[in-house]
Design a binder for this molecule. Structure first.
Ligand SMILES: C[S@@+](CC[C@H](N)C(=O)[O-])C[C@H]1O[C@@H](n2cnc3c(N)ncnc32)[C@H](O)[C@@H]1O
Length: 307
């Protein structure tokens, strides 16, 4: 099978950490081509910061579990995140070439699942009773059953249950051309976890019967959204602002607190700021944290809002 050639810098097979090109302007140009409408639905203003153990409206550079331990019990309204997919079993499939030494995206399945459960135990502690986790997770050709093992471990070790599953159809996908029987993964799954069936959502009412029974507008468990907001060298696993804004709009209200404990390039914090929510972003890699901070402060600079 002929593999696509990877970009080579400094004679290494991968981009070196120092070689990351942080190009916020490029990303914003890409975004201009197709402005996500939901970003305009809410006023851009600086959302007041509340202390939920950690100050909101900040990106914290550190380990996910250790940082979440500092967040107060039942203080988070929405968790919108996408963890590393354990995709780097082969060295030539690294999703974080800019942070290859830091991100262990090639650990054993057992260690990985144990780590995911540790994250969910923190979610169980910090999420409000009626809060929601929007968990984007997919599979590789090497381990297609992993999502089911992951969900089973979460069910075994926490009270979370899955109340909806969305299919996210991306604009493009790498063709799976070297397999006689496996198909190209143009769709990823998004699992809606909550503590109870009474979690909150912003479905709008279409009519109310004489007896007071409410009927809601139709919402599908399907979203079509761009893969990402443009290429960020060194990070090959980002999602897009139109993806994030769809879930922020459905599962949170203005001023509420949105957490992304794997915030990467800051897509969730960026969309949350634009949509007048408070955010907490956590990522292990300083370079990605810096990128996210720059991206967000640009919003306020452009709007002339002090923060
Ligand atoms: C799938 S990416 C998320 C990308 C993000 N949604 C975006 O749009 O940029 C997963 C992120 O998890 C981060 N990560 C991996 N291990 C971590 C850890 N132990 N603590 C915090 N972040 C970690 C990686 O640096 C990476 O940015």
């Amino acid at each position: 099978m002929k593999r696509p050639k990877r970009k080579t810098v400094n004679s290494g097979q991968y981009l070196l950490f120092e070689d990351l090109i942080v190009d916020v302007v490029k990303i914003e140009e890409d975004m201009k081509e197709e402005q996500p409408s939901l970003l305009q639905k809410y006023p851009t203003k600086y959302t007041p910061n509340s202390n939920v153990g950690l100050d909101t409206n900040k990106i914290y550079c550190g380990d996910t579990v250790e940082t979440m331990k500092k967040i107060n019990e039942e203080s988070i309204d929405l968790i919108l995140t996408s963890p590393p997919y354990l995709a780097s079993i082969r060295q030539d499939n690294h999703k974080y070439p800019g942070a290859k030494d830091q991100i262990k995206d090639n650990q054993s399945v057992d260690d990985y699942l144990e780590w995911i459960v540790e994250n969910f135990k923190q979610y169980e502690r910090i999420l409000k009773k009626d809060g929601v986790i929007v968990f984007n997770f997919s599979y590789t050709t090497f381990n297609p059953s992993l999502p089911y093992f992951l969900i089973n471990e979460v069910f075994k070790h926490t009270d979370f249950r899955v109340y909806d599953t969305f299919a996210w159809k991306k604009k493009s996908a790498m063709p799976v051309s070297g397999h006689p029987n496996r198909v190209t993964r143009i769709v990823e799954m998004v699992y809606i976890f909550a503590k109870t069936p009474y979690f909150k959502a912003n479905k709008t009412v279409s009519s109310v019967s004489r007896t007071g029974q409410k009927y809601y507008n139709n919402y599908y468990n399907f979203i079509e959204a761009r893969n990402n907001d443009g290429k960020v060298e060194g990070h090959e696993a980002t999602f897009s602002t139109d993806f994030a804004s769809f879930f922020i709009d459905l599962y949170s209200k203005e001023n509420e607190v949105v957490l992304d404990n794997f915030s990467g390039t800051g897509t969730t914090p960026y969309a949350s700021s634009k949509m007048n929510r408070q955010y907490i972003g956590i990522d292990l890699v300083e370079k990605f944290c810096d990128y996210a901070r720059k991206r967000i402060s640009k919003i306020y600079k452009e709007e002339g809002i002090s923060h």
